[in-house]
Write a protein that binds this ligand. Structure first.
Ligand code: BES
Ligand code: ZN
Length: 882
């Protein structure tokens, strides 16, 4: 129940159903941004016209937040409008075109929200997605208003670089040691893609020749001390540009493409037209300080933001409910890019892991929403795993159903038909339906219905008929606001493995829902039966190959059948899924003290031994086969969860697997040692992944195991092995580990990206308790205004340290709630994200439930809560009727 106080403060819910086209268009924007040390002035001239879709003149609405409005004129007439701190409402303007002029003052130096224009270290930069432009000037700040921007920046000469979107058109000196630069972006764009940077920056340049022979200048701007870390991102950028030409037929459109690295950034990176802005951690890299995972992530983020130039910028979103139109599609594009650059199966395993461990939990929790949500209080809360990762899966299902050629025709049609427009997810799906002739009406439910569908499958072999019959039943649990669901169109890619031979079996069927070429069965009804003929022996089905749909697919496999799939499935993703299933079953049985626990553990041990001794496997695949399922995933399989005992079960199993197979771990560890100099490439990264996976077992196998970590820390020439050594050694932390951490910090304290890693390792060490985290917050490396540092410490402690976070009664929860409240006034976006661990409170055992619920209520009762924190906390408590 909501208190009267909360009711009064309840922020407004925005609903998709209320969408109205803009009453006015903005054709041109001329901005003049005058930066002074103590304040910044923004002059805006908007050339506007009414939207002819309305036959009556409509009120003119502009948005503005945290602005001091000095003047506002419509066609020369001064206005003193009503302003509620967010929306300025002006009388209808009955003119074919007119000019709105405003002058506002803003305070970037004290802007800790990192939205709008803010100072990061010594530089000024912007972040306008989703609704940050209204913190810069009065504007119809909504993505369906596309305008041509011309920007003049004036600043002290100490800010040597003055950058904005598009092409540079003028620059020069001014009085008082000031200078200016003017930029023009010829492509109409929504205000969320506006960007501006002013700073004393070094530039690393390169060039790219497009397939049509145009030469594009590439520039990566950093602070001087980071310039040695720019090469990799520029190479990744060129690979991305080439790939998008080859695979999607998309060429870059401006003469210049710029990236700027900034230290203070709420997200990973931002696709502003022609001027991408990156969190330093997501772009800066070199061979000494960056891990293999880091390189792969940086390459993927560079690609992702570059790909937005078409999927997001040239074709943009009509409103923020359509966010997955650009994000889900672009995540799909960057995942395909990574798969092509490295190892497809491995990339898929990593993406499926993210989906299973985090998106499924979101879909089952109080914040569950469809990939196209239909309401929100704070849009920043909807940059979620659902919109991004499930959004990617939905695009991937279209790719699976259409096949690569027709999918490409569909994307070509989408880009050409909607170039320069702001559109909806329906527009995207309609293009895919049009080119393929496939009826995607039912498929659209993936956009509107939340929750993870469940598919229960059983199978039966008839030897005389040589037939294998699969029976499917689908269902989807209720989610907030959606008590019952309609059946989904679920593509299930499948194969059959001979039970005796271990060999993949051929088959045929006359079911119209089965596509013989792709092996994909379209499940559309609540229940269906698929009869497969010509099946020569008894088989074990391999279902949902390549994870062809974001569903829970349950088949009553015996442990022996899982082992057959682990050794013999010709779909490598499903071999891995079978291994994970055996691991999960074992962990759930052990966590619940089920009698099957020991038998399952024995089978898992044998399966692991088989994998350890299989020298034909790609070491990267092998490393992932040897990883136990994440605790977060196991915790989704039963209720109520006691995270402390689950962690003890997980660690106990890891330790027993380590000692039972000690000689094998040792053999793999030795075989993956190498003296070759560090290079980031698939072969080396795969070897190192397996090496550190073996290390994680060796350190717990014997009392002296930690010495392996110590030795690797000393001998390694690369951050992948060094940081892994420190992290696994933390599990068996001793005084030597403490000293190693101190020494490591001494060496790396001037490298911001390594310091962030160090903070995360420290916070995730099982020996850490709340008072230790409080001291870490006092450390010089921590900062309340730097989201990366907050993520390292809080993310490490809350998400990756069950032992520490859940120790000492409610100490961890009180600490988290205090942190959220403190941060909410500095950076509400980060504060709201920190609430996410609390959203799972109902799944825990009683004591934890009660303690977390109390902390959530305490947050909700606080004065002046941001909309973002209010939304997550109130929905978690079930207080919100939205
Ligand atoms: N458009 C987003 C960045 C963004 C999100 C800005 C929310 C403001 C609010 C960008 O394209 C993005 O999705 N970045 C991801 C990385 C990407 C590889 C998934 C990020 O920042 O985490
Ligand atoms: Zn994106």
């Amino acid at each position: 129940m909501r208190t009267d106080n909360a009711l009064q403060n309840a922020p407004r819910t925005v609903r998709l159903a209320d969408y109205q086209p803009p009453a006015y268009w903005v054709d041109q924007v001329h901005l003049t941004v005058q930066i002074f040390d103590d304040a910044t002035w923004v002059d805006a001239v908007l050339t506007m016209r009414p939207n002819s879709a309305y036959d009556q003149p409509q009120p003119l609405e502009l948005y503005g937040v945290d602005l001091t409005v000095e003047s506002l004129e419509v066609d020369g007439a001064s206005m003193t409008p009503s302003w509620d701190g967010e929306t300025v409402r002006l009388a209808p303007v009955d003119k074919a075109t007119f000019e709105v002029r405003s002058r506002v003052r803003i305070d970037p130096v004290n802007n800790t929200s990192l939205e709008g224009l803010y100072r990061s270290g010594g530089m000024y930069c912007t972040q306008c997605e989703a609704e940050g432009f209204r913190k810069i000037t009065l504007f119809p700040d909504r993505p369906d208003v596309l305008a041509v921007f011309t920007t003049r920046i004036e600043a002290p000469e100490t800010y040597t670089r003055l950058l904005s979107n598009g092409n540079p058109v003028a620059s020069g000196k001014m009085d008082n040691n000031r200078h200016f630069a003017e930029w023009h972006d010829p492509f109409p764009k929504p205000s969320y893609l506006f960007a501006l940077v002013a700073g004393d920056l070094e530039v690393t340049t390169d060039q790219f020749e497009t397939r049509s022979g145009r030469v594009i200048d590439l520039a990566l701007y950093t602070e001087a001390h980071n310039q040695h870390k720019t090469r990799f991102a520029l190479e990744a950028l060129k690979r991305s540009m080439r790939w998008d030409e080859h695979v999607f037929g998309r060429e870059y459109d401006l003469e210049l493409f710029m990236i700027v690295a900034v230290d203070h950034f709420n997200m990973g990176a931002m696709e502003n037209k022609g001027l991408n802005i990156f969190n330093s951690a997501c772009v800066l890299a070199d061979e000494a300080s960056t891990t293999d995972k880091g390189f792969e992530t940086i390459e993927a983020i560079v690609a992702h933001e570059y790909f937005h130039n078409w999927s997001g910028n040239r074709v943009t979103c009509r409103d923020w409910f359509q966010l997955s139109l650009k994000e889900g599609f672009t995540v799909f594009r960057d995942a395909e890019f990574t798969a092509d650059m490295h190892a497809r199966a491995v990339k898929r395993m990593d993406d499926v892991t993210l989906l299973l461990t985090q998106q499924f939990a979101e879909d089952a929790g109080p914040m569950a929403h469809p990939i196209r949500p239909d309401n929100y209080i704070e849009i920043n809360n909807f940059y979620t795993l659902t919109v991004y990762e499930k959004g990617q899966e939905v695009v991937r299902m279209l790719h699976t159903l259409l096949g690569p050629e027709r999918f490409r025709q569909g994307s070509d049609l989408y880009f050409s038909r909607f170039d320069g427009q702001a559109v909806t997810t329906e527009d995207f799906v309609a293009c895919m339906a049009e080119v393929s002739g496939i009826d995607l009406t039912q498929f659209e439910r993936w956009y509107n219905q939340a929750g993870t569908p469940r598919v229960d499958v059983t199978g039966e072999y008839n030897e005389t008929e040589q037939q294998y019959t699969l029976r499917f039943a689908q269902s989807c649990p209720p989610t907030p606001g959606q008590p019952s669901k309609q059946p989904f169109h679920i593509p299930i890619k499948l194969g059959l493995i001979g039970r005796a031979s271990g060999v993949p079996q051929t088959f045929s069927t006359d079911h119209p829902g089965f596509d013989q070429d792709t092996g994909v069965f379209s499940l559309r009804d609540d229940e269906d039966v698929l009869v497969l003929s010509g099946v020569g022996e008894s088989v074990v089905p391999s279902l949902l190959r390549d994870f062809s749909a974001p569903v829970v697919c349950e088949f009553p496999y015996t442990a022996d059948e899982l082992r057959l799939l682990i050794t013999s499935d010709d779909n490598s993703l499903n071999r891995w899924r079978a291994m994970q299933a055996l691991g999960t079953r074992t962990l759930v049985a052990l966590a619940q003290d089920a009698p099957t626990g020991t038998t399952l553990e024995g089978m898992l041990t044998e399966a692991m031994a088989g994998v350890l001794r299989d020298n034909l496997l790609d070491p990267a695949v092998k490393a992932r086969l040897l990883a136990l399922p994440a605790q977060a995933y196991v915790a989704e399989q039963y209720e109520p969860v006691d995270p402390v005992s689950l962690n003890a079960t997980h660690k106990g199993l890891q330790q027993r697997l380590a000692s039972a197979l000690l000689a094998d771990w040792q053999a793999v560890y030795d075989a993956t040692s190498s003296n070759e100099a560090y290079v980031f490439n698939h072969n080396q990264a795969a070897r190192r992944a397996l090496h550190v996976q073996a290390l994680s077992y060796l350190v717990v196998a014997t009392p002296e195991g930690w010495q392996y970590a110590r030795d690797l820390l000393q001998s390694a020439d690369n951050m992948t092995e060094k940081s892994a050594a420190l992290a696994v050694w933390a599990d068996v932390a001793n005084a030597d580990w403490e000293q190693a951490m101190v020494d490591f910090y001494q060496v790396w304290q001037h490298d911001a990206q390594v310091v962030e890693k160090w903070l995360a390792i420290k916070a995730a060490a099982p020996s850490m308790r709340v008072p230790d985290i409080q001291s870490l917050i006092e450390h010089e490396a921590f900062s309340w205004t730097n989201p990366n540092r907050i993520r390292s410490v809080l993310g490490g402690f809350v998400m990756r340290n069950p032992e520490g976070f859940h120790a000492d009664g409610d100490a961890g929860y009180r600490f988290l709630a205090d942190t959220i409240l403190k941060l909410d006034s500095l950076n509400p976006q980060i504060a709201a994200r920190l609430c996410v661990p609390f959203t799972q409170w109902r799944r825990y055992v009683g004591r934890i439930q009660a303690d977390m619920q109390r902390e959530l209520s305490r947050i909700l009762a606080a004065e002046g809560l941001s909309d973002g924190v209010y939304e997550v906390v109130s929905k978690s408590l079930g207080d919100d009727d939205a």
